[in-house]
Design a protein around this ligand. Structure first.
Ligand SMILES: Nc1ncnc2c1ncn2[C@@H]1O[C@H](COP(=O)(O)OP(=O)(O)O)[C@@H](O)[C@H]1O
Length: 264
């Protein structure tokens, strides 16, 4: 997907640069093929399930702050020791632990090459502000919406496969019988902790969304997993098309020769 997009954009950028266009206006063409996506939602809204599908199709680098923090806790790092108590209580880990962790991950080469899918960040206005100051912004901000009561039922039935990372639900997405014995339940996937995490999300989401109104796409998370994914793909594909310089140019100058040539 990315390679195809890049080759089209490079070819089109070349068409612009070669002066092939019969119109006076010149458009500066920035060919940046990487897609930058934030995905947000309350606990068990479906972020993890959808991130796996998005990465498979768009080849983005999935950065899950929750997963990074759980690794830090498992490895007993200084950051993990600071984070553990907050995570066990279902409240946000302090910014001084999380913000630099996310900034440094976003600066790595794989992210620059393939684009990013940021999951679980920012979760507060201060976190959004911290990356806004660095000019780090998404092309799309996906907000998956699910009613609170459905979230509790989803959390308490959620099980994870430690070997594959796959996410199951005892009722909605039952695991194969041969792996049931190895599945685990997250320590924060209890009803009480879920309600705290949902309250934490609800207390912060509006402030975070305020930073991304221009790129926010609301996704109905009560649909089937496949229908949620199709709604996400529609949003991402529209963004990819809009980011293509010639697509944008053709909207402005439909008479230009290369638009007729390239309008495939
Ligand atoms: N951006 C963040 N800032 C602070 N703490 C976070 C952040 N993301 C995750 N955490 C911590 O890790 C826990 C698990 O996060 P995550 O796996 O994203 O869970 P969920 O999306 O199901 O709430 C959160 O309850 C919180 O304690």
């Amino acid at each position: 997907m990315q390679a195809q997009l890049k080759s089209r954009q490079t070819a089109r950028a070349g068409a612009f640069r070669s002066g092939a266009r019969p119109v006076a206006r010149r458009t500066a063409v920035k060919v940046d093929a990487t897609l930058k996506v934030m995905i947000a939602g309350a606990p068990a809204a479906g972020k993890g399930t959808q991130c796996a599908k998005i990465v498979d199709k768009y080849k983005l680098v999935h950065i899950s702050v929750g997963d990074i923090l759980r690794d830090e806790v498992k490895n007993g790092t200084p950051a993990g020791k600071k984070a553990k108590d907050f995570m066990d209580r279902g409240v946000l880990v302090p910014d001084e632990v999380v913000v630099e962790m996310v900034k440094s991950r976003l600066a790595e080469d794989d992210v620059k090459q393939h684009g990013w899918l940021l999951d679980g960040y920012p979760r507060s206005a201060s976190q959004a502000e911290a990356i806004e100051k660095e000019g780090i912004r998404p092309d799309v901000f996906l907000l998956i919406n699910v009613p609170d009561e459905l979230l509790v039922e989803r959390v308490v039935g959620r099980r994870l496969d430690p070997e594959t990372g796959a996410i199951y639900h005892l009722k909605y997405s039952p695991p194969p019988a041969n792996i049931v014995s190895r599945l685990i339940q997250r320590s924060d996937d209890t009803e009480d902790k879920c309600r705290v995490r949902v309250a934490t999300h609800n207390a912060n989401v509006d402030a975070v969304v305020g930073y991304y109104k221009d790129v926010k796409v609301d996704i109905d998370g009560t649909q089937s997993m496949q229908d949620v994914f199709e709604a996400i793909c529609a949003a991402l594909d529209e963004t990819v098309a809009k980011s293509d310089p010639l697509e944008q140019y053709c909207k402005d100058e439909p008479s230009a020769d290369e638009c007729r040539v390239y309008n495939d």
